[in-house]
Ligand binder design. Structure first.
Ligand SMILES: Nc1ncnc2c1ncn2[C@@H]1O[C@H](COP(=O)(O)OP(=O)(O)O)[C@@H](O)[C@H]1O
Ligand SMILES: [Mg+2]
Length: 391
């Protein structure tokens, strides 16, 4: 049976960045996109425009593909289960994907079957339960919608018991009537956030990238530093083992990103899981021997996985968020003239304030120098600074 046509559901930058490795691997990568102009639809040769929540649309698209994979986690699992019963390979499969779709299921599963470190948490049915949870463990607390959140939408810091009704009202208004559960979590006063990226194939081979430090602002990833500075070998090994154990326990195919929070005493807790290439793995495109995108496709195809190690001592990725420049490719003149080793990826998206429109990667021996170059380029592309670095 041929395995050479892979269908990707979701047309964002993650699908777009799978395209270059798909060309190298000689596979036919097809897209089910939300619209004709989304970032990935601008580069894929075979594009179907349609609604990924419509079962017939997804089935028709899948009928032309050998294997299905994803740019996001939002395809309803009921549809994916039907694809599987049609005999289609879905990677990652719905049994795994549900733990990336639903933070409450994830907390329950990781606690019961792996005893993975977590903040104190509790499912809360209503504002009174959330309030009682906060009173028990002490405010502030974090409230999270179990489903549908991204980039900090669906996460609330609750300072006092009066605010306990806010997440229920906001989550309900955004969920279009669908039931959303709220999880109360201990507010972790973390020293920093970390991420570990594992790739696992159906045969059970798995590789793990070096642990990254990740910097979020207002819920949006802004920067990653790899390897995470100051992480001891012992901590890095423990985190790597945690990532591999989760991938194995949940039988994940493809990329698993484990977002972590590191407490001030050095210990870590799991924040959430993603089962697709992840923003905190974009450094691997230029900074690792095999990128997360190529390894994702290799895993989906059940090919041997590539070397995940870093090429250089340090790699810094900085996201480019939409700012005052509309025509980003034209702004590359200054960036490339200033820094021949700079690596840039633009997502072909319309520039809107705060939207992720690209990223830059820099790598080298000296962290301060590498970080300074990456931040300069990203800030220039965002229109925050001029050619000489002035504001
Ligand atoms: N229990 C917590 N304590 C403190 N900060 C948290 C907690 N949970 C989440 N956060 C912060 O909120 C951010 C977004 O939360 P996350 O669950 O990852 O949502 P999203 O799906 O939007 O990425 C995290 O990256 C972290 O900065
Ligand atoms: Mg997150």
């Amino acid at each position: 049976m041929s395995r050479s046509t892979i269908g990707v559901i979701g047309g964002g930058q993650l699908a777009r960045m799978m395209y270059a490795p798909a060309i190298k691997l000689g596979i036919d990568l097809r897209l089910l996109a939300e619209g004709p102009d989304v970032g990935a639809a601008r580069v894929f040769k075979h594009v179907t425009v349609g609604d990924y929540t419509d079962e017939q649309t997804v089935r028709d698209f899948a009928s032309e593909c050998d294997i299905i994979t994803f740019d996001h986690e939002h395809v309803p699992t009921s549809i994916l289960r039907h694809l599987e019963s049609d005999g289609k390979l879905v990677r990652p499969g719905p049994d795994a994907l549900q733990y990336a779709q639903d933070k409450l299921l994830m907390r329950e599963r990781l606690t019961t079957s792996l005893d993975a470190p977590a903040p104190v948490w509790q499912a809360c049915a209503d504002a009174d339960e959330l309030k009682a949870f906060g009173e028990r463990i002490g405010f502030p607390i974090i409230a999270k919608a179990s489903r549908g959140g991204y980039d900090g939408h669906g996460v609330w810091k609750i300072e006092t018991s009066d605010q306990a009704s806010i997440p229920f009202a906001e989550a309900l208004s955004r969920s279009a009537g669908e039931k959303v559960e709220i999880i109360g979590e201990e507010f972790v006063d973390f020293a920093r956030e970390l991420s570990v990226i594992v790739v696992r194939s159906p045969s059970g081979q798995a590789v793990c990238y070096p642990v990254s430090e990740t910097i979020q602002k207002a819920g949006v990833c802004r920067e990653t530093i790899t390897p995470a500075p100051g992480l001891s070998d012992e901590q890095a090994t423990r985190i790597t083992k945690l990532g591999l154990d989760i991938a194995d326990e949940l039988q994940i195919t493809g990329v698993l990103a484990v977002e972590l929070m590191q407490r001030r005493d050095g210990s870590v807790v799991v924040n959430e899981l993603a089962m697709r290439p992840h923003n905190t793995g974009h450094w691997t495109i230029d900074g690792a021997h095999t990128s997360q995108f190529e390894n994702h496709l290799r895993a989906v195809l059940d090919l041997p996985l590539g070397d995940p190690r870093a090429r250089d001592p340090w790699c810094v990725m900085v996201n480019v968020l939409g700012g005052s420049h509309e025509d980003l490719p034209s702004e590359l003149l200054h960036c490339f003239a200033r820094d021949p080793k700079l690596r840039v990826e633009l997502y072909g998206k319309q520039v809107r304030p705060g939207r992720k429109v690209g990223h830059v990667n820099c790598y080298g021996d000296d962290l301060d120098e590498v970080r300074g170059r990456a931040e300069h380029a990203a800030r220039y592309l965002m229109g925050e600074i001029g050619m000489k670095g002035e504001r």
